[in-house]
Design a protein around this ligand. Structure first.
Ligand code: ATP
Length: 296
């Protein structure tokens, strides 16, 4: 569906994309993860033909990127581009007209989109009266109105509360069941973990790693992470090192990587003589992989 090969882009001397290659098969939800400035929006702007890459190629549905590939892509940008003083129906009708839809076809498509994003009962509401989550869903409906093959969502749930976030996730999953291919960018590791079949981790314009969560997990040579609270951190770290357990800090918390799965009592035995106030065991999560790749 989308095939990017060796995409590079610089603004003057600042290189913002370096040799980026990725392939998204039809029906997949692919998550591009990266910190602020990693190059996610630049990539999207190139895919939308709004920005020209310095080198590299992009194919959408087997066609080289051009004006003709534009209708194959639908984009919901970071900032909702809505006409606030128009109703949901009017917003969608306007964007459908830009894609050449007319008359009954347009009206039918507008209603289909409103239903798909769960806004049929708000068709006559002004966009400015919608909640943040509803506005985001309307923005997604606009991206879908011309029936694209690839949906690009730039940080689809940034700034939304947890319920609105769940609604957007549900909508993305629903679109996938209808066969949609989705490329989404996000800072939210949980979002990528829960929604995406494959994840790419971008840092300073380079794809550091890519794969399914299971594949990415293999990049960390540990079975699980154990977060401990202790009044004697230095001793605990010494002990971990002598046991061959790598140690890390996650948001200030002290954590050890266990190379093998151990029973709780075995963990306590190995730290015998060191007061452990709490022990929290965690599976290897995207958070650990992301930090490892981007910081170490
Ligand atoms: P965010 O999560 O903050 O949206 P991002 O991953 O989308 O970040 P981009 O917006 O693609 O990052 O920016 C990548 C880099 O390119 C940043 O360092 C940014 O400052 C730089 N950049 C973007 N647009 C321009 C421009 N028009 N001129 C110069 N530098 C730019």
């Amino acid at each position: 569906m989308l095939h990017i090969v060796s995409l590079s882009k610089a603004y003057g001397k600042r290189v913002v994309l370096q040799d980026l290659s990725l392939r998204i098969p039809p029906g997949e939800i692919y998550g591009l993860l990266g910190a602020n400035g990693a190059g996610k929006t630049t990539t999207i702007n190139i895919l939308c033909n709004l920005l020209r890459a310095d080198s590299g190629t992009v194919e959408v549905c087997g066609q080289r990127l051009s004006e003709r590939t534009k209708p194959l892509i639908g984009v919901a940008p970071q900032e909702n581009l809505l006409y606030r003083s128009l109703t949901c129906e009017e917003n969608l009708t306007f964007f459908a007209s830009l894609y050449g839809l007319r008359g009954k076809n347009r009206a039918a498509r507008v209603w289909e989109c409103l239903k798909d994003v769960g806004l049929a009962d708000r068709a006559k509401s002004l966009a400015e009266t919608l909640s943040g989550g509803m506005q985001r869903r309307l923005s997604m409906a606009i991206a879908l109105v011309h029936q694209p093959k690839l949906l690009i969502l730039d940080e689809p749930t940034t700034g939304l509360d947890i319920e609105a976030r769940y609604e957007v996730w549900e909508l993305i999953r629903h679109l996938q069941t209808q066969g949609m291919t989705v490329l989404l960018t996000t800072h939210l590791l949980e979002e990528a973990e829960r929604l995406c079949q494959r994840i790419g981790i971008l840092k300073q314009g380079r794809l550091l790693a890519e794969g399914t969560l299971a594949e990415l997990r293999r990049l960390i040579p540990a079975q699980e992470v154990v977060v401990v609270q202790t009044s004697e951190e230095a001793r605990a770290i010494d002990r971990a090192q002598s046991l061959g357990f790598p140690w890390r800090r996650y948001g200030g918390d002290l954590a050890f990587w266990l190379p093998e799965t151990l029973e709780l009592r075995e963990i306590i035995t190995r730290f015998d003589g060191i007061p452990l106030e709490s022990i929290a065991r965690q599976p290897i999560r995207l958070e650990h992989i992301y930090l490892e790749l981007t910081q170490h």
